[in-house]
Structures are given as structure tokens and as C-alpha cells.
Design a protein around this ligand. Structure first.
Ligand code: ARG
Length: 468
């Protein structure tokens, strides 16, 4: 501030803060987002202080009433945020003192902004994780139900993006579901380490007041107080863990996005995305662009960036709190918002995917996708696998020359390559026969897909509400 020294720490200063430095060091423009959690933490702190006799019951009540009113002012957009007051914590405390006088100044007893901010971010992230958890549940449900519906739908499976073997669309969707299920597990696992309370660590060494950290932890729904005060104020692992979760999730969503983009193209023509998820072109009237998956794919980059920011922010930091840590908030906030939006987009979009079954089937029919089935057929008739591979290779070369798929060749044509081939070969050369034959756990057979969807449903039910 340019006129006088900052009241909350100005005592030892002989000149006012440089105007630029004041702006440069302030965080209130972005950390006001923590206001709700800051007030929640302060109410718990004041309650605990009264419980142990550091505040009177009247002082506690005045503080809680004042804070509740401030919460209302902030929610209604009436609160006057001040940059000279640096951050959300000092803004709220100054307003409290405005409102209730000297008692407001007692709130900070036995506390520091260092343990306060660490507590606020954990409370914030815990709240956000519960929203993200619900979106992940919705997305997984959408994938499972669509997979079950499409258990019999045949499409080409790819390796190297070349047609490899036929699979069912339901099987493909359940592969997506597995990725997201692991992300979900990572999210709930990281929540456990978020749910530990720094409050009471004060600046770094704890406090001389007879605080009861178990009371505050319980009031705030934390699993336990953090074990070590130095670690409590400086640890930001939880933010790194969350952005790691977010990075892996977005990596998965970008893979799915890429497939959706390919599949909606005229060249693949595997699916339709409803118009509400697409936009047009201002110059090419025929265009319908898959913007939503494209944008999700694009947003992956900023999430990776936030992970890198936070890892680098924490690198080499000596114990305990350092001002560097103020830089944790913007990447974290943006990661939270981006993850939430991308999950919402996907949870809305996946159930609306319209498979173009005939086109998928036709694509699987081209490209000799049952070549492995022919080889396996020969092996079952006693041919060694390497020889079978050679025989099928010759059949495919013939098919390329004559523009015929294996199932379109006559028995005579097939028998040019092996006398072992008989009439029953056509059972394995059909796409339906090919997928149905992969009938084991984890396989693509429609019955297996339906069973896997059922198991996925049960696993999801078991995990639902685990966080709360
Ligand atoms: N605005 C600070 C942050 O976000 C709050 C803690 C500041 N503590 C301090 N001693 N300057 O990290």
C-alpha cells in the first residue's frame, strides 16, 4: 500500500510498501475464490478456541455471526475486495474487525496465514473432488449402458490404425470405461491424503496456546490433524497428486476425443454426434465439426502445463512455508475447472453417440479382419501356426489382387492355398463368428461384453459414495 504500512504486519516497517510490490505480492484477485472455505475454517478455529478457553463464548459468537454476515456479503457480490489487504485471509479478517471491533482481531490467535491457506486449499479441493467424483460416476454409467446396448455391434479393431480384427463396439466402449475407472480410483485415493488438516501448525512450529487440533479436525471433517507442523504448512503434494490425476484423465479423454473425431469423419463414418455437440463453418456450408472432442483434446496441454508448474514450484523449496507457494492456486483452480468441464462434456456426449452400425460392419468386412481366424482354423485342423500364417498370407495376397475379402472367396479359391480348408471355414470367416469365438473373460464376444458391463456396474456401485 502506498499511504501507510499494512496494518496486519506493518508494526516493524518504517516505510510503506512500494506500490508495484504491493500489487505484485497480492493474491486477492485470485484467492478470493477460497472465501467460503476460509470462513468455514475460521468458524471452526474460533469454536475450538472457545472450547479450550482462549476465547469467551461471547467472543466466539460475535466472530461467528460476523463471519456469517461476511459470507452473505461475498455471495451477494457486495464485498469490497482490497488489493492493499493482500489476500483473501486479511480481507476477511479486516472486514470482521470493521464489523465487530476488537474481538475480530482475536480470531487469528494461535493461527498463521500459513496453516490457514494450506487448510483452505485442502477444503476447496475436497469440495471440488466431490463434484468431479459425481461427474466421473455419470460418465462411467453412460459408457457402461452404451456398451451394453452395443454389445453385438461389430466394428473393426485396430493396431497401428490399420484394420486388425473385428471387435464389438461395446467392447471398445468398455475399454474406455476401464481407463476412466482407474482415473476414478486415483482421484479417490488422492482425496485421502488431501483430507488431513494443517491448521494448528501456525507459521511453522505450532503454537503456545492450548489448542485442540482434534476438535478443529472433526469440525471441518478432516480425517486427522497433520502430523508435523513444518510439513503441514509447506506440503503441496496433494495439489501435485490432483494435477497428476487430471493429467492422466485428460490424456485418456484426449485419446477418446481423437477416436470420436476420426469416427465422425466421412472417411471413417462410424458414428454421428448430435448437432448440439458440434458447430458449423462460416465458409463451408456442408461442415459439421466435432468441436467438443477437439477442444477436450486441446485442453490436455494446459493440464500437463499445470502439473509441470506445480512440480517446478515445489522443486528445491526448503522447509517450511515460502511465498513461492502462493503460486499454487492459479494452476490448481484452472485444473479443477478444466477437469470439471471436460468431464461434463463427455458425460453428456457419450450416451448421445449414435453408432452407424452398417458402416462399421462394412469397414470390418474390408481389410481382411478375419485373417487370424483363418489361421486359427488351420491350427485347429493340425497345421503349425507359422505354416498357417504363411497360407493365410498367400490368401490375403490373392484377395488383394482379385479385390475379394476372405469370406467372399469360393471354397475352391481358398483350397488353392491349403487342402485342409473345408466347407466349415465359412463359419469362422464371418465377423459374427469371429467375435463370438473370443469368448473368455476380457474378450470381445457379445456375451462377454454383457457380462463385463454387469461387473462394471457392480464395481461402480461399490465405489459410489465412497468419498462422502
Ligand atoms: N497469500 C498467501 C498464499 O497464498 C497466504 C500465506 C501468506 N503467508 C505469509 N506469511 N506471507 O500462500
Amino acid at each position: 500500500m502506498s499511504q501507510a504500512t499494512n496494518q496486519s504486519w506493518g508494526g516493524r516497517f518504517s516505510e510503506p510498501t512500494d506500490a508495484f510490490v504491493e500489487r505484485f505480492t497480492a493474491s486477492v484477485t485470485f484467492d478470493q475464490r477460497l472465501a467460503r472455505q476460509d470462513i468455514q475454517g475460521s468458524i471452526a478455529h474460533a469454536t475450538m478456541l472457545a472450547r479450550v478457553g482462549v476465547l469467551t463464548d461471547d467472543e466466539r459468537d460475535a466472530i461467528i455471526t460476523g463471519l456469517s454476515e461476511i459470507k452473505g456479503e461475498i455471495e451477494r457480490g457486495e464485498f469490497d475486495w482490497s488489493v492493499p489487504l493482500e489476500d483473501v485471509h486479511m480481507n476477511i479478517e479486516a472486514r470482521l474487525t470493521d464489523k465487530i471491533g476488537i474481538t475480530g482481531k482475536k480470531l487469528h490467535t494461535g493461527r498463521s496465514r500459513n496453516d490457514q491457506v494450506a487448510t483452505d486449499i485442502r477444503l476447496f479441493l475436497r469440495d471440488e473432488i466431490d463434484v468431479i467424483d459425481a461427474e466421473l460416476v455419470r460418465l462411467r454409467e453412460g459408457m457402461i449402458e452404451l456398451a451394453d446396448r452395443e454389445a453385438d455391434t461389430i466394428m473393426p479393431g485396430f493396431t497401428h490404425l490399420q484394420t486388425a480384427q473385428p471387435v464389438t463396439f461395446g467392447h471398445h466402449l468398455l475399454a474406455w470405461q476401464e481407463m476412466v475407472a482407474r482415473d476414478h480410483e486415483r482421484l479417490l485415493d488422492c482425496r485421502k491424503r488431501i483430507n488431513v488438516m494443517p491448521l494448528g501448525a501456525a507459521a511453522l512450529a505450532g503454537t503456545t496456546y492450548p489448542i485442540d487440533r482434534h476438535v478443529t479436525a472433526e469440525l471441518l471433517g478432516f480425517e486427522r490433524p497433520a502430523e508435523n507442523s513444518l510439513d503441514a504448512v509447506s506440503d503441496r503434494d496433494f495439489a501435485i497428486e490432483f494435477t497428476s490425476f487430471a493429467s492422466i484423465l485428460l490424456m485418456h479423454l484426449s485419446r477418446m476425443s481423437e477416436e470420436l473425431v476420426l469416427w465422425t469423419s466421412a472417411q471413417f463414418d462410424f458414428i454421428d454426434l448430435p448437432d448440439r455437440f458440434c458447430t458449423g463453418s462460416s465458409i463451408m456450408p456442408q461442415k459439421k465439426n466435432p468441436d467438443v472432442p477437439e477442444l477436450v483434446r486441446g485442453k490436455t496441454g494446459r493440464i500437463y502445463g499445470h502439473l509441470m508448474s506445480l512440480l517446478t514450484l515445489m522443486k528445491s523449496q526448503p522447509l517450511a512455508y515460502n511465498k513461492d507457494n502462493q503460486e499454487d492456486k492459479e494452476p490448481l483452480f484452472d485444473a479443477v475447472d478444466t477437469v470439471r468441464d471436460c468431464l461434463k462434456a463427455f458425460a453428456d456426449m457419450v450416451p448421445a453417440i449414435e453408432p452407424k452400425k452398417a458402416s462399421m460392419f462394412e469397414a470390418a468386412r474390408r481389410g481382411f479382419s478375419t485373417a487370424t481366424d483363418l489361421a486359427d482354423y488351420l491350427v485347429r485342423k493340425g497345421v503349425a501356426f507359422r505354416d498357417a500364417h504363411e497360407i493365410v498370407g498367400q490368401s490375403v495376397a490373392y484377395g488383394l489382387k482379385t479385390e475379394k475379402d476372405l469370406s467372399e472367396m469360393t471354397l475352391d479359391e481358398l483350397q488353392q492355398f491349403s487342402a485342409t480348408i473345408e466347407q466349415d471355414v465359412f463359419e469362422v470367416l464371418t465377423l459374427e463368428g469371429s467375435v463370438a469365438a473370443r469368448n473368455h473373460i476380457g474378450g470381445t464376444a457379445p456375451d462377454q461384453v454383457r457380462a463385463a458391463a454387469q461387473r462394471a456396474r457392480e464395481a461402480l456401485t461399490a465405489v459410489k459414495g465412497e468419498a462422502q
